[in-house]
Design a protein around this ligand. Sequence first.
Ligand SMILES: Nc1ncnc2c1ncn2[C@@H]1O[C@H](COP(=O)(O)OP(=O)(O)OP(=O)(O)O)[C@@H](O)[C@H]1O
Length: 374
Amino acid sequence: MRADTLSEPVPDDAPKQRRSAGVSFAARLAFEDVGYRVGTTEILKGISLSAEPGEVLCLLGPSGSGKSTLLKIAAGIERPSFGRVLLGDREVAGPQRFVAPEKRGVGLMFQDFALFPHMTVLDNIRFGLRAMDSAAAKREAAAALERVGLADAAGAYPHMLSGGEQQRIALARALTPRPSVLLMDEPFSGLDSRLKDVVRTDTLQILREARATAIVVTHDAEEAMRLGDRIALIRDGSLVQAGTAAELYGRPVDLFAAGFFSELNVLEGVVRGGRVTTPLGPVADSPSSDGTRVTVALRLGGLRLEESRQGVSGRIVARRFLGGVDLFTVAVEGLDQPLRSRMRAGLVPENRRDVVVSIDPRDVIVFEKAAEDR
Ligand SMILES: Nc1ncnc2c1ncn2[C@@H]1O[C@H](COP(=O)(O)OP(=O)(O)OP(=O)(O)O)[C@@H](O)[C@H]1O
């Protein structure tokens, strides 16, 4: 695992309160129409996006969508083929300008955050403060260790620490030189799921205390929702949608965005008399004209299986107990594919096969065909 910082070290005469408060000079980082090509392959296709000072922005997308490349462009590890990157008011990459990574004052924390195995924890953190006089660097590093709750580990070597502790050391190391922006690529991917939750929560708290601007790459929508003040969803090198978790979950721009945040049933529908009609009956209002064909996404939690209410008949063909919920597969007349439903565990009796299917309108998202085809 590797932790690195590309920040310029804090000068010796830095104000004392910076040391004790652990506050960085958070900056805005903006991508303006950033593109990246390798040969004729367009890896990033003109991305405009910014992280505001003190904000945690998550870059979310499937594997190969270009998230890491965008982060490397922010760091200065890659040069954009076109467009600009601004750090505060300063252009750090553009057609006529390229600021080297070590001159940008950004901190990096990548998935392989490799602490130096032959150095103690304290020395690992001091490494990022090489230009500082030794006593000041030691004080600074000790304060950083305290901030991440590992003051007692100063003399330990990395192999003596758990994965989560190593991750916190790496975070301390990246933050100690007070980067104006911290760039993190899948920082929790090496941790098991239980530890991940704890370390993620700790990390968010440390970022808040440091008031750092952070850009975090992840392919996990839940992680992005937990961490990000805003989320930028990327697919095939393009920005699909940026906004808060609630905006992306509640008003996804297309089926891809909707599917990234929830498991869905997808149905065909058509507008008749101001209502979207499907084989499950009318599911939503629509301002579109009669005959407009639409795609209906239905979150699994919004499909209820009941005994006696009026509605469309279905037959349970499979059922799985998942702890707090049961997952059902239900065949419904008029639909080629069975539907899936998630219900609170135990609500549907074990021996029930025939059910009536009803829909919670809050879990219905309608896309006109043009949006779906985007
Ligand atoms: N220097 C390069 N030469 C050729 N292809 C590249 C280069 N850099 C990136 N790519 C390709 O660009 C695409 C985007 O890569 P990138 O690592 O940015 O994706 P990602 O979204 O971070 O994926 P992951 O989550 O798997 O790391 C991939 O298909 C990758 O193979």
